[in-house]
Design a protein around this ligand. Structure first.
Ligand code: DUC
Ligand code: ZN
Ligand code: ZN
Length: 493
C-alpha cells in the first residue's frame, strides 16, 4: 500500500482489456493508472464500479472536426462540441484531420487546426495530415518535417474532384511515408466510375439522395483497394484503408494480408448497421444517410462482421462528418440539390461505441465466440492505439494514461436526435435501442463526464505527439520492380 492514498480508486468493477476480463480495482495517481488489482488501498476519492465494466476510453481514429471541405463548407462541429460528444459516447481520444487543399501550405494548415484544437478540445487528440496539394515543397520538405515533429500519419483521397491524387503523386507520398516511417491512410474509391455514374444518373433525372448509393459502384471500392495495395507493395509501405464498405473490398484486403502485405483496414457503424435502403426516404430526407462510400447491402454487413472477427479489419471508427440538414450543411447548394450537390458524411462520435457494445457485448454477435467484450475493446481502443502509435492509450495497465470509461452494461437507451451533444442536429441511428452505456468517463484521471455532466474545460485536451514507426514493419521484401539486384531501372530512382 502506498504511503499516500491514491488520488482515485475505481473499486469493484470488471476490468476488460483486449485479452481478458477480471474483477479488479483500478488506482489512479495524477494522470496515470498506478495499480490494477484486488483490494487496493484507499483513494482520496473512491468510485464504486460494482456491477459495471471498467474499459479503456475509446479511441476514434477517423473524425472530421471543424474541417473545411474542398468546396469551402465548414462542418458543424467545433473541437469543443465534437469532443464533448465524443466523451459522452465513451471516448477519450480522437484523431481528426489537418486538411490541406490545393494551393495551401501544409505547415500553415497544421498550425491552424492545432490552434482550433488547443482552444476547444476536452479530450486528447492527434491529426492525420491530408495531402491534397502534392507539390515538391509538401512532399520533400513539409511532410518529413511534420512527421518528425510527431504527426505520424498521412491521408490521401483517390476520389473527389478537388482533392484526389492520381497514381504518380500517390507513389510520391508512399515513398515519403516509407522514408519517414509514417502510416499512409487512404480513402480508396475509383474516381472515374463514380464521376461517370453520377453524371449519367443526374442527366437522366435520377437526382434523389438514394441515387448517391447507386453512383458509387461496388467495384469502385475493390478496384481502388487493389490499385492502392499494388502501389504500396511496390514501395513496401504499410497502409490503412479507410471505411471498408463492401464484401469484395474486404476480400481484397484479406488476400493482401494473406500474402504478408502490411495492410490495415477500418470500417464504421454506418457499414455495419445501415444499408443503401436507408437513403430511400421521401424528398431530401435521405441526405441524412448520405456518406461516401455509401452504406451497402445486408450481406455486406455480414461480410464486414466476419472480417472484423477474422482480424482482416482491425478498427471501427465513426468517420464523424457533421453536416446539418439545413442550408449550412446538406442543403448548402439550395433547397433542391441533386445528390451530387449534397455534402457527404454522417455524425457518429457519440453513438459509435454504444452501437458496437450493444451488438458485440449485449447481443453477443456470434462471430466473436464469447469474446465480444474483449474484441470490442480491441477494435475501438487497443488496436487504434497500436496502429496509430499512441503507446500510453488504449488499455488499462499501470503506467498508462488514466483514460477510462465506466460502462453500465444494463442501461437501455433509445437513441434520439435530441440527446446528441454534437451540432449536427440529427443522428442517422435515431430510434434504435441499445443496451450498455458509458456512465463515467475519465481522461488522464479527470472527470470528463460524470453524473451526466461535463467536468472539464475546453482546451484541456492535449495534442498527442506520435513518433514515426509502424505497428507492423514493412515486409523488407522489395518487389521485382524496386529491387536493384533484379531491376536495373530501380538503381536510377
Ligand atoms: N466521406 C468522406 O470521404 N469524408 C467524410 C465523410 C464521408 O462520407
Ligand atoms: Zn473518406
Ligand atoms: Zn472521413
Amino acid at each position: 500500500m502506498p504511503a499516500q492514498p491514491y488520488d482515485i480508486v475505481i473499486r469493484g468493477g470488471t476490468v476488460a482489456t483486449a485479452s481478458g476480463r477480471f474483477l479488479a480495482d483500478v488506482a489512479i495517481s495524477g494522470e496515470t493508472i498506478a495499480a490494477v488489482g484486488r483490494g487496493l488501498g484507499p483513494g482520496a476519492r473512491e468510485i464504486d464500479a460494482t456491477g459495471k465494466l471498467v474499459l479503456p476510453g475509446g479511441i476514434d481514429a477517423h473524425t472530421h472536426i471543424e474541417q473545411v471541405s474542398a468546396g469551402g463548407l465548414l462542418n458543424a462541429d467545433s473541437f469543443e462540441s465534437a469532443t464533448t460528444s465524443a466523451a459522452f459516447g465513451g471516448n477519450t481520444t480522437v484523431i481528426s484531420f489537418a486538411a490541406q487543399h490545393r494551393g495551401l501550405d501544409l505547415r500553415k494548415v497544421v498550425d491552424d487546426y492545432s490552434a482550433l484544437a488547443a482552444r476547444g478540445a476536452l479530450i486528447d487528440y492527434a491529426f492525420h495530415l491530408i495531402v491534397a496539394n502534392p507539390d515538391a515543397k509538401t512532399i520533400e520538405t513539409d511532410l518529413p518535417a511534420l512527421i518528425g515533429e510527431g504527426h505520424a500519419s498521412i491521408k490521401l483521397f483517390m476520389t473527389y474532384d478537388l482533392i484526389k491524387v492520381d497514381d504518380e503523386p500517390l507513389l510520391d507520398v508512399l515513398l515519403t511515408a516509407r522514408q519517414n516511417r509514417a502510416l499512409l491512410c487512404v480513402h480508396a474509391e475509383n474516381h472515374g466510375m463514380i464521376s461517370w455514374m453520377g453524371k449519367r444518373l443526374v442527366a437522366k433525372g435520377y437526382t434523389a439522395p438514394k441515387f448517391h448509393a447507386i453512383s458509387h459502384p461496388r467495384g469502385s471500392e475493390a478496384e481502388a483497394f487493389t490499385r492502392l495495395i499494388t502501389a504500396a507493395a511496390l514501395i513496401d509501405q504499410p497502409i490503412m484503408i479507410f471505411h471498408v464498405s463492401t464484401r469484395e473490398g474486404a476480400e481484397v484486403i484479406r488476400k493482401a494480408r494473406g500474402e504478408g502485405l502490411k495492410v490495415f483496414a477500418e470500417t464504421c457503424p454506418q457499414y455495419l448497421f445501415l444499408t443503401r435502403h436507408d437513403l430511400d426516404k421521401p424528398g431530401l430526407e435521405g441526405a441524412k444517410w448520405m456518406c461516401s462510400p455509401p452504406p451497402r447491402e445486408a450481406e455486406d454487413q455480414e461480410a464486414l462482421w466476419r472480417a472484423l472477427a477474422l482480424g482482416d479489419i482491425q478498427t471501427v471508427t465513426s468517420d464523424h462528418a457533421p453536416y446539418r440538414f439545413d442550408e449550412t450543411g446538406k442543403l448548402s447548394a439550395g433547397p433542391q440539390p441533386t445528390f451530387k450537390q449534397i455534402a457527404n458524411g454522417l455524425p457518429g462520435l457519440e453513438v459509435r461505441l454504444p452501437l458496437m457494445f450493444d451488438a458485440m457485448v449485449s447481443k453477443g454477435r456470434p462471430e466473436f465466440g464469447g469474446r465480444g467484450l474483449e474484441a470490442f475493446v480491441d477494435l475501438t481502443a487497443t488496436a487504434p492505439a497500436s496502429i496509430y502509435n499512441l503507446p500510453n492509450k488504449g488499455a488499462i495497465a499501470p503506467g498508462l494514461d488514466a483514460d477510462i470509461a465506466i460502462w453500465d452494461p444494463a442501461r437501455v437507451v433509445t437513441l434520439s436526435d435530441q440527446m446528441m451533444h454534437d451540432r449536427t442536429g440529427f443522428t442517422p441511428f435515431a430510434g434504435r435501442t441499445v443496451q450498455g452505456w458509458p456512465v463515467h468517463v475519465l481522461s488522464r484521471g479527470r472527470d470528463v463526464i460524470a453524473g451526466g455532466a461535463v467536468g472539464v474545460a475546453p482546451g484541456t485536451g492535449r495534442w498527442l505527439k506520435r513518433q514515426g514507426g509502424w505497428a507492423a514493419e514493412p515486409t523488407g521484401r522489395l518487389t521485382a520492380d524496386m529491387d536493384p539486384e533484379r531491376n536495373f531501372g530501380a538503381r536510377l530512382l
